[in-house]
Design a protein. Structure first.
Length: 99
């Protein structure tokens, strides 16, 4: 398996986990669009600011697989879940505006 193929499979796996988590635990979703977009912005900010040093520390202390599943998987999954929440609220807002 090439690194590119693994990256695509990893992203699809994170997406499947995010879809499952959103469907299984709907009570964790924010109540309104503002909070959903705020959570997405926080997730993007954490991914841009906190992920690189956490990734470097995980690589320095353990293998790449441990870093992938301990750092990258939760970070990417939460980013995708928060994006799903934002999209759902945006769709609901657009449906309300059309009526």
């Amino acid at each position: 398996m090439t690194p590119e193929t693994f990256g695509i499979a990893f992203l699809l796996g994170c997406g499947a986990i995010a879809l499952w988590a959103e469907a299984r635990f709907p009570r964790f979703a924010p109540d309104d669009l503002r909070r959903a977009v705020l959570r997405t912005a926080i997730a993007v900010g954490c991914a841009r600011i906190l992920f690189p040093p956490l990734w470097a520390a995980a690589i320095a202390k353990s293998s790449v697989l441990v870093a992938l599943f301990a750092v990258a998987l939760p970070c990417l999954t939460y980013l995708l879940v928060s994006t799903i929440w934002s999209i759902r609220h945006l769709q609901a807002a657009m449906r309300g505006a059309q009526r």
